[in-house]
Design a binder for this molecule. Structure first.
Ligand code: 5GP
Length: 202
């Protein structure tokens, strides 16, 4: 059995990763969506264990100390981290996994999992991103500014990624992600040897 493929989906806060992710879930339901821990307060409508595991700063620090996180960062005043165990278990069982870290997290993941497929979602413009963050009405003015500044910095890291998805239309952007997942699943290096064995009975 081939190990699962690890997909890393980065992109500024507010770029629409959530919408793209839920469309992927509809069309390719067997990809496991890793749920991160965060010390950020839940936004209206966010659910514990579905959007994030909401924990105190101390709890996230304790998890990091215990080696329970693949990586963790502080982003605009809050901690975010990827729980290790579910990801490793799923990959070992051949299940594909998708993570959504920002760029520093993506770098750490790429170091630890060199086969990971790195995808970056970009907004049509920084103005469009700002508009999205504002219409969401979940952020203070200060947080919006800090998030926009981070978005600008993160654009400097595009070269780390193999794929770029422009989210000017959520439907099409989701189709791009589905296409990337399907193409990666067909990579000869991943499935060729297993297919050959199956067909030739070797
Ligand atoms: P938000 O507060 O908007 O949900 O997330 C803020 C940023 O943190 C986004 O860029 C999001 O992709 C990123 N993020 C979410 N979970 C993690 C994580 O586990 N690790 C890292 N490094 N970034 C994360």
């Amino acid at each position: 059995m081939r190990p699962g493929i690890l997909f890393v989906l980065s992109g500024a806060s507010g770029v629409g990763k959530g919408t793209i992710r839920s469309r992927l879930r509809e069309q390719v339901p067997d990809v496991y969506h890793s749920v991160s821990v965060t010390s950020r307060a839940p936004r209206p409508g966010e659910r514990e264990g579905a959007d994030y595991f909401f924990r105190s700063r101390e709890q996230v620090e304790a998890m990091a100390r215990a080696g329970e996180l693949i990586e963790w960062v502080e982003y605009v005043g809050n901690y975010y981290g990827i729980p290790r165990r579910p990801v490793d278990e799923k990959l070992a069982r051949g299940r594909d996994v998708i993570l959504e870290p920002e760029t520093r997290g993506a770098k750490a993941v790429a170091r630890l999992y060199p086969q990971a497929v790195l995808i970056f979602v970009i907004p049509p413009s920084l103005e469009a991103l700002e508009k999205r963050l504002r219409t969401r009405r979940t952020e203070t003015e200060e947080t919006i500014r800090a998030r926009l500044a981070r978005a600008r910095e993160e654009m400097q890291e595009l070269h780390l990624y193999q794929y770029c998805i422009l989210n000017d239309d959520a439907q099409r952007a989701a189709q791009d992600l589905v296409a990337i997942v399907r193409a990666e699943r067909c990579q000869m290096s991943r499935v060729g040897p297993e297919m050959k064995r199956r067909i030739l009975g070797e």
